[in-house]
Design a protein around this ligand. Structure first.
Ligand code: IPD
Ligand code: CA
Ligand code: CA
Length: 254
């Protein structure tokens, strides 16, 4: 199953890697920071067709369009383009994110950045890989660590909390990065490129796949109050390697 999902996501990756005239086809979904392109819709339609052919008894939860009630034990959770704002501005830094969830637990996960050729994949209990090679989190402590974060762009009511957390973590870490594609942030922790990632609110398609890739690589991910993620609902995110796990205590009450 994992191999089949990887093949499908590779094809979807070609759709966005070869995209042109993206800016002309961009529409705001309500605010200037919430964008959708014809490629988000085309990639989701492609993934819907191909993934439902793999497991037709599953529900499908994709970012674009209507979100139907989930009634089945299996659910495909799909972000056709994570990092749409990067895609629109031709940054060459976006990904396709696919998770197959069973009874609320992610069983298979694929996150692919076609611009860099980074294919992250994981199956529950079988480890995580980058381009077929096993990956592990780093053993850097916070003082030597890179912190990745969101920016509450869709939830500006949470921005005070977000920037208070940045302020607190800034004094405890080596530096920050804001790359603007949540699924890849989780994968960067998974393969040891960074140590901590937080975001005050994400949707299931942003984090479902990346969360399994991270935990299969030896990392940790919980909500900001320490509770487990709800992979079919909105969640806050605090993700780390094993060494930085307790850094949550420095920001939990903010
Ligand atoms: C967004 C990106 C961004 C994160 C937002 C997400 P989108 O996804 O992952 O990094 O900060 O919370 O919604 O809109 O580009 O699919
Ligand atoms: Ca997303
Ligand atoms: Ca998206």
């Amino acid at each position: 199953m994992l191999h089949k999902i990887v093949r499908i996501v590779e094809q979807a990756g070609e759709m966005i890697r070869c995209a042109h005239d993206v800016e002309r086809d961009t529409v705001e979904k309500g605010t200037p920071s919430d964008l959708v392109t014809k490629y988000d819709v085309a990639v989701q339609n492609f993934l819907h067709r191909e993934l439902m052919a793999l497991r037709s008894d599953a529900d499908f939860l994709g970012e674009e369009g209507e979100h139907a009630q989930l009634t089945q034990p299996w659910v495909w959770v799909v972000d056709p383009i994570d990092g749409t704002a990067n895609f629109v501005r031709n940054m060459g830094y976006s990904n396709i994110s696919v998770a197959l969830v069973h009874n609320g637990a992610v069983e298979y996960a694929v996150v692919y950045n076609p611009f860099r050729g980074d294919m992250f994949a994981a199956q529950r209990g079988k480890g995580a890989t980058l381009n077929g090679k096993p990956i592990r989190v780093s053993d850097y402590d916070a003082a030597h660590g890179l912190v990745l974060c969101g920016s509450t762009l869709y939830d500006r009511d949470l921005s005070d909390r977000h920037f208070a957390m940045m302020r607190a973590l800034y004094d405890r870490c080596a530096d920050f990065r804001r790359f603007a594609a949540a699924a890849l942030d989780l994968c960067h922790i998974a393969c040891g490129r960074a140590e901590i990632y937080f975001e005050c609110r994400l949707r299931p398609w942003d984090f479902a796949a990346g969360s399994l890739i991270l935990t299969e690589a030896g990392g940790y991910v919980v909500q900001l109050d320490g509770s487990p993620l709800d992979v079919l609902g909105n969640s806050s995110i605090f993700a780390t390697n094993a060494v930085c796990r307790d850094e949550l205590e420095a920001v939990r009450g903010l």
